[in-house]
Write a protein that binds this ligand. Sequence first.
Ligand SMILES: Cc1ncc(COP(=O)(O)O)c(C=O)c1O
Length: 426
Amino acid sequence: MQKDTQIFDLIHQELGRQRSGLELIASENFTSLQSIQAMGSVLTNKYAEGYPGHRYYAGCEIVDQVEQLAIDRLKAIFNIEFANVQPHSGAQANAAVALAVLNPGDKILGLDLSMGGHLTHGSAVNYSGKIYEPHFYGVKKETGYVDYEQMESQAQAVKPKMIICGASAYSRDWDYKRIREIADSVGAIVMADIAHPAGLIAKQLLNDPFDYCHIVTSTTHKTLRGPRGGIIMMRKDFENPWGVKDNKGNLKTMSSMINLAVFPGIQGGPLEHVIAGKAVAFGEVLSDDYTEYALQIQKNAQELAKLLVAKDYNIISGGTDNHLVLIDLRNKNISGKKAEQALVKAEITCNKNMVPFDDKSAFITSGVRIGVPAVTTRGLKEKDMQFIVDSFDKIIRNPEDENVIAGIKGDVNAFMKDFPLYPELG
Ligand SMILES: Cc1ncc(COP(=O)(O)O)c(C=O)c1O
């Protein structure tokens, strides 16, 4: 059989790009080679609709063990009773929870997309804003921190069925206890979407959402450093409060409603090869090496924030508790879009991002979001943040100077040579 050189040449080029550049996209990471190998395995051939021990296909004895290992490891990481590892992505995990909890037209309350929220938390262009009735809270203009008073007043006014906390571009920790109190006062369910900080929560470096939030979703590919995918978790299972019954007349548990919402609700056969990759990554998260990694993420992010502030960059909320910073570039007279385009020419990859109370559109934006999970996987430490900030700053000050950009690109490529990525791949 002829090798598909067109595709494998492109994969090789992408490996080169990942190796030579500074990867600062907050939602990206480099999963381990053994996780990649698990994904690129014969498990992709297997249909396994259903759950371990209860499948609609024959021949699932081995993939049952793979999926059960992923579930057991995930439960051990977060000290929880329930885990569904089948969602193909974070958006799928959130869609499954919505299908389990909500009826069309029900009200939801989430963080506004333009304040750092995610599309699946009620955006008008997403199923969550089309099928359900979305309402929003934001962050405080003066501090950049979540406005819990606004969350509370909105909850009282709207009486949502579900409150969603969690974000894509928010650098501070969450007060889950307070959110639960607000939810209880209006009889709402709380869903925490920890897609971004999950790896730090896994190592108790941030507040634990599980005691207060009924349902927790996450991606597996950001700080958790696994393959691209989603998960749904609960510390304690509970009977649904809406009186939904099974065919024997018993109240359904939330875990059964969530499992049914994932399959057959929104997905068909699970991606057992990806679930194997997740299991590998979860095993790594349980290791001491990963504890070191998570601690280093936080140290790097804090150092990065400090150095940026020293160069007069306006960081939303003034700093970070997690793995990212959101920078308002308005005092530097450059849009997020222009900054992103100039930076990528120097192989510094980060993304333009709206900042709270932005006066520019989502296509232009006033800010950029920078995260350190990927560079921390490469091995960069606090002392290396100075190189990142200096390189970033030179580009922001000279976005049209091709000589400056070429010089920085050379520096970046040379710098990253000291931090090998997938050396086994040659
Ligand atoms: C908070 C949050 N939730 C959900 C998602 C969706 O994840 P995915 O891209 O895997 O669907 C993201 C991705 O950026 C996210 O930041």
